[in-house]
Structures are given as structure tokens and as C-alpha cells.
Design a protein around this ligand. Structure first.
Ligand code: SAM
Length: 251
């Protein structure tokens, strides 16, 4: 049990290192910050409009984004009392000061949010939990800090079940001392299937308003893509990186 926990911690640390390397490369080639963030700004405005249609949002709403990343929604959402949580928050602030200063951020892990129960009106976590050490603990924490009647926006990547099995076998090789880093498995600590994440969500005190995935679309696109090399061939057989999305109200 302790060994499995150590293994999961190791995967999280490696995923975090890879994320930082990726963002450092991006920051080094950043020439026009305004143009770079424009698409993220527009995505956030579209998300705010969708959420506003579910429950009226005001600039006084208290917003938390767990895994606010290099350019999360919190920076452009327009709530004055907002906070972004990310283990790499300090590094992102250094790399991207042009927009990271638009919201307060805290270097912390979503598994242990430094806030009391029901502190927020809106919670966002977009493509985060499967990069973390204990993904489902993050969901529990988000639900804990969201007030009853509060609004949740959540997404996570979902994959064909074969990746869950393969990543466990890959973990066993590494535990046995055969150290091989396969990038297909290095960025995610867990490979959720759509049914696994739906089951985890159904156990939480949430009323889903919209719940969907683009598995069908991603599967069709990956099947019809040119299959040069093992990676596209594998994806044509077993889809990867579809998105599950949820808008819900805290009970
Ligand atoms: C793929 S990025 C997504 C960032 C952002 N949500 C976006 O969509 O641009 C995943 C982020 O999750 C963060 N992360 C990893 N483990 C975490 C944890 N335990 N708690 C909160 N954030 C975490 C990573 O540092 C990284 O910034």
C-alpha cells in the first residue's frame, strides 16, 4: 500500500516536472503576450456566458480555480474575489507575469485546499485532476469548499480502457526496476475512462446540469487521421484524450 502511494507520488512529481519544462519552453518563445492569451481570454468569456445561463454570476462571486495553470480561466473570469491554486503557481508567476498578476494564486495542491468549508460560490477545475497524485481527493476538496447552491465547472481527459490497463503495467515495470519513460503515460497520473469518472461524480453531492463527452468525435477523428507511426496507429485503434465535461450545482 505504502509502495503504491510512493509510486503515485513519483508519477505526480514527474508529471509536474514535464509540465514545468513545457511551460518554460513556451515562455522562452513568447514574443506577443497579448496575442498569445487572446484565445484563452475568449474561451473564458464563452465559459462565463454558459455558466451565467445556469446561474447569474456577479463580479462579487467568490471563485476558486483548482489547477489554474499557466493560463487558466481565473485570470479573465472577472470576479474580484478569485483565487487560483496550482502546485506550480510561483513558477507560472515568474514565467508569465503579463497575465498571472490578474488574479491571486497560491502554490498548493488541490488535495488539501487551504480554505474552510463552503468558502466559494463558483469552482472551476479544467483538465487538472489526472495530473495530480490523488485525483478523486481533489474532487472531494472542491465539493467541500463550494457552498450549497454553488456552481461547478469541471473537465478531465478520458481514454479507451486499454490505457488504464497499460499504464498500470507500465507502472509495474518501473517498480520492478525497468525504468522506461513512455510519453503516452508520463503526463497523466491516472487514465480515466468515461464510465469511471461518471461513477466518481455520481457519488458526490452534486446536481449535474450538463454532463457530456466528445468521445465519439475524437474516436472518429483519430480513426480517420493519417496513420504514420505507432502513436497515431495506437490512437486509431484505441482513442485517447477525449474530454468529459460537467456543469453542476452543489447540493
Ligand atoms: C494540463 S494543465 C491545465 C491547466 C489549466 N487548468 C488550463 O486548462 O490551462 C494541469 C495543471 O494541473 C496542475 N496540477 C497538478 N497537480 C495538481 C494538484 N494536486 N492540485 C492542483 N493542480 C495541480 C499542474 O501544475 C498544471 O498546471
Amino acid at each position: 500500500m505504502a509502495k503504491a502511494r510512493d509510486k503515485q507520488r513519483e508519477r505526480f512529481v514527474r508529471a509536474r516536472e514535464r509540465q514545468l519544462e513545457y511551460q518554460e519552453t513556451k515562455a522562452a518563445s513568447l514574443t506577443d503576450p497579448a496575442a498569445t492569451v487572446r484565445p484563452y481570454f475568449l474561451q473564458t468569456q464563452a465559459l462565463r456566458a454558459r455558466l451565467n445561463a445556469v446561474r447569474h454570476i456577479t463580479s462579487a462571486d467568490r471563485l476558486i480555480e483548482v489547477g489554474s495553470g499557466a493560463h487558466g480561466h481565473v485570470f479573465w473570469f472577472g470576479c474580484t474575489r478569485s483565487v487560483g491554486i496550482d502546485p506550480l503557481a510561483c513558477q507560472y508567476k515568474r514565467l508569465f507575469p503579463d497575465w498571472q498578476d490578474k488574479a491571486a494564486t497560491i502554490a498548493a495542491e488541490g488535495e488539501r485546499l487551504p480554505f474552510s468549508d463552503a468558502s466559494f460560490d463558483i469552482a472551476i477545475s479544467d483538465n487538472v485532476i489526472d495530473h495530480a497524485e490523488r485525483p478523486l481527493a481533489i474532487l472531494d476538496e472542491i465539493v467541500r469548499v463550494l457552498r450549497p447552491g454553488g456552481l461547478l465547472y469541471f473537465t478531465v481527459n478520458v481514454h479507451h480502457p486499454v490505457y488504464d490497463i497499460a499504464s498500470r503495467i507500465h507502472g509495474l515495470w518501473n517498480a520492478a526496476g525497468i525504468k522506461v519513460e513512455l510519453s503516452a503515460f508520463a503526463d497523466h497520473t491516472v487514465h480515466f475512462t468515461e464510465s469511471a469518472i461518471r461513477k466518481a461524480i455520481s457519488r458526490l453531492p452534486l446536481d449535474p446540469i450538463e454532463q457530456s463527452s466528445n468521445v465519439g468525435e475524437v474516436r472518429r477523428a483519430q480513426r480517420s487521421a493519417a496513420k504514420l507511426g505507432p502513436d497515431p496507429l495506437l490512437k486509431a485503434l484505441f482513442f485517447k484524450n477525449a474530454t468529459y465535461e460537467l456543469i453542476a450545482i452543489r447540493q
